[in-house]
Ligand binder design. Sequence first.
Ligand code: NAD
Ligand code: UDP
Length: 319
Amino acid sequence: MKILITGGGGFIGSHLAERLLNEGHNVIILDNFHTGSRDNIRHLLHNDFLEVIRHDVVDPIALEVDQIYNLACPASPIHYQRSPMKTVLTSVMGAIHMLSLARDIHARVLQASTSEIYGDPLQHPQKEDYWGNVNTIGPRSCYDEGKRVAETLFFDYHREAGIDIRVARIFNTYGPRMCAYDGRVVSNFVLQALRNEPITMFGDGSQTRSFCYVDDLVDGLIRLMNCQDFTGPVNLGNPDERSIKSVAELTIELTKSRSEIVYRPMPQDDPLRRRPDISLATRALNWQPTVSLEDGLPRVIDYFRPIAEHTAPLNKRPT
Ligand code: NAD
Ligand code: UDP
């Protein structure tokens, strides 16, 4: 098949592109390289079945493909809060343009939604029928509400124009090629630990997240895209819930670091708990994650080791 990945130069998109190329598909990566990088896909550029287009999804585009994975959007709080209006535009206009394209060429289109649509959840673990607890006007709202509108658009286009849609609600994902400077907890803790710098704990570290290894996530996305008669929304994530403090301790242990934990204020609207209920994904897609944090984290540590040696410390990172 010919498959378009918007945001294919990013962390998840580059792994998805690699997997689809390995399966023998033609892949088009469309990216404005706002938060992604050519370095993420450099090892794929020799492949004749790959095409890369620099393009912003805020603008329309005409292409002929069979499937569209719509991943274009900055994903970490530091990045999406840097230009909040652009974040909203990317989610909303990106969804409209990919849905319109899918309608014109009769393609199937998958939206990368997020656990953030549940906000600071009052239901635990989160099931797909939970409507969420989201602040409409806070610093995270540009991302959370942008993604919520994108889901709305997907289902409106599906109901009104019969577009063949899929919606994945992705929970915290980690792995090699995460951006070193996007402030996410795994990249921050690993780089800090490798440099024996203080580990920055926001709040007391009792807040929780559930971390999914990128290969598992990509497997779930591909299963969702290719299953019949199932639109989602469906949670894709690892239900193994961890406190952020325990993630810091595991990172220190695995890196044999001399780092100490320092406590910083909790960012505004930071969700206290997050764990996907994945019974729907297990039932509908026969999917569940296979890589534990104990197995996945060492692969991220190996990826970041040379980066830790050759780049500026986190407290001197570019803004
Ligand atoms: P990423 O920042 O590494 O990748 C996003 C890619 O989209 C980048 O290559 C970026 O340059 C591109 N992009 C951003 N704005 C664009 C625009 N206007 N036009 C074209 N390209 C644009 O992030 P990621 O972690 O790979 O996330 C990929 C998708 O998955 C995002 O939609 C994100 O919201 C979603 N998601 C990720 C996570 C996670 O834990 N990583 C969790 C939930 C949802
Ligand atoms: N966090 C932390 N120290 C850091 C970066 C993040 O304690 O250096 C916390 C953050 O406050 C949040 C959790 O780790 O509670 C996950 O943060 P991340 O930005 O990775 O993901 P998100 O909040 O978007 O789920």
